[in-house]
Design a protein around this ligand. Structure first.
Ligand code: XLS
Ligand code: NI
Ligand code: NI
Length: 437
């Protein structure tokens, strides 16, 4: 290795819950088996290149504060290569197996598409070599279709066909590089695919265009033999006023309407679900119900701040809720837990990146153990099962089977009178969950 960027930081090890060393895992023990699988296999943790390596921690009121020596240097492509090396040193010391990137995170945009593509190829050489050296893998790649000013009115949903074409060309290349790097997935997050105002917007036409773009991506995937999973990542707003992929249900409806459901799964992000007025567990359930939960962008918002603050997840209740669903689903196949989270502007030193990720990984390790204990205990799922048991036989089974209609419901009700129902026992069950935390 050329230069070390985290020379004062050791490899982070599991030291157990009693450790007072903040640069150690107290709960995440990669090889520890929970519910028949190692923690490492359960989580498939990933770092988000854009936040961990590139975010300067600027906000609308002030400049970036982050000390990131790997991004310094006058030659932007050389700096990008150094950043790539730093990323792998970081993952290695942290013990995270995967990373995710946008094309423009890993390599700078050039003056032309050809120049941008050449930059990307040059840095991909380093990424490929570093992957081979460390065994780290690409969870998913994506194209940044929201930062450049050409995309200020959208990419696939821009009113300008030349912008659509540029975006398509960019996705084409990003998919090729993702394939070259063995990416296990490819994500579409519609950063500016929405509108600021309806006064100047032809919504139907924009949605049709978004559908066209995704069909072209499906075609290109076949053509180049890319076998990774496609994901759509819902988010309701920010940067635009309304984004078309606003939540899990809206994404599923869009995919169904445009005949794309077979080709996509969802990448659910905690802070996006809450921006949409849901909990993350709500959007996970919606995705799972359609057999379309693919991956998770793990972060959390701030209940007092109404935007995508992308904080590291530290809430054990939340990680428990997420892990309950993930375990119920049987775990990830192509997806993983990608820390789409950034340290606070006040936490500007490189070591803060370690504290942040360690905290997130430990929070998920505790969530996993608690969720597994709740499942092993069985009372919670038994209660829910019992709550719906009137559909297991008799009139309920006939309803579910679709074998009866209103006539039979009327006859049943006339014969049986007022239904008897039971308490929902929400508080008792909340207490039960708390007993495990
Ligand atoms: C932004 C999104 C973005 C996607 C990838 O809010 O979370 O980071 O995950 O484009
Ligand atoms: Ni995200
Ligand atoms: Ni986000």
């Amino acid at each position: 290795m050329s230069q070390e960027y985290f020379s004062d930081i050791p490899k982070i090890a599991y030291e157990g819950p009693d450790s007072k060393n903040p640069l150690s895992f107290r709960h995440y023990n990669p090889e520890e088996v929970v519910g028949g699988k190692s923690m490492r296999e359960h989580f498939r943790f990933s770092i988000a290149y854009w936040h961990a390596m590139k975010n300067t921690l600027a906000d609308p009121f002030g400049v970036g504060t982050a000390i990131r020596p790997w991004n310094e240097g006058s030659d932007p492509v050389e700096a990008a290569k150094n950043c790539a090396r730093a990323a792998f040193e970081f993952m290695d010391k942290l013990g995270v197996d995967y990373y995710c990137f946008h094309d423009r995170d890993v390599a700078p945009e050039g003056a032309t598409l050809a120049e941008s593509n050449a930059n990307l190829d040059a840095v991909a050489d380093v990424l490929e070599a570093e992957q081979a050296r460390t065994g780290k893998k690409l969870l998913w790649g994506t194209a940044c279709l929201f930062a450049h000013s050409r995309y200020n009115q959208g990419a696939a949903t821009s009113p300008y066909a030349d912008v659509f074409a540029y975006a398509g060309a960019q996705v084409k290349k990003a998919m090729e590089v993702t394939k070259r790097l063995g990416g296990e997935g490819y994500t579409f997050w519609g950063g500016r695919e929405g509108y600021a105002s309806l006064v100047n917007t032809d919504m139907k036409r924009e949605l049709d265009h978004l559908g066209r773009m995704l069909h072209m991506a499906v075609d290109w995937k076949k053509e180049i033999g890319f076998t990774g999973q496609f994901y759509i990542e819902p988010k309701p707003r920010e940067p635009s006023t309304h984004q078309y992929d606003s939540d899990a249900a809206a994404c599923l409806n869009f995919l169904r309407e445009y005949d794309l459901l077979d080709h996509f799964k969802l990448n659910i992000e905690t802070n996006h679900a809450t921006l949409a007025g849901h909990t993350v567990q709500h959007d996970l359930e919606v995705a799972m119900g359609a057999n379309a939960l693919g991956s998770i962008d793990a972060n959390t918002g701030d209940t007092l701040i109404g935007w995508d603050t992308d904080q590291f997840p530290t809430d054990i209740y939340m990680t428990t809720e997420i892990m309950l669903r993930l375990l119920k689903m049987g775990g990830f196949t192509t997806g993983g837990l990608n820390f789409d989270a950034k340290v606070r502007r006040e936490s500007f030193e490189p070591v803060d990146l370690f504290y942040a990720h360690i905290g997130g990984m430990d929070a998920f390790a505790r969530g996993l153990k608690i969720a597994q204990a709740i499942i092993d205990d069985g009372r919670l799922s038994d209660f829910v099962k019992d709550r719906y048991s009137s559909y297991d036989s008799g009139i309920g089974a006939q309803i579910e089977a679709g074998s009866i209609g209103f006539k039979e419901l009327e006859a049943h009700t006339l014969a049986n009178g007022e239904p008897s129902i039971k308490s929902g026992r929400q508080e008792m069950l909340e207490n039960l969950v708390n007993d495990f935390i």
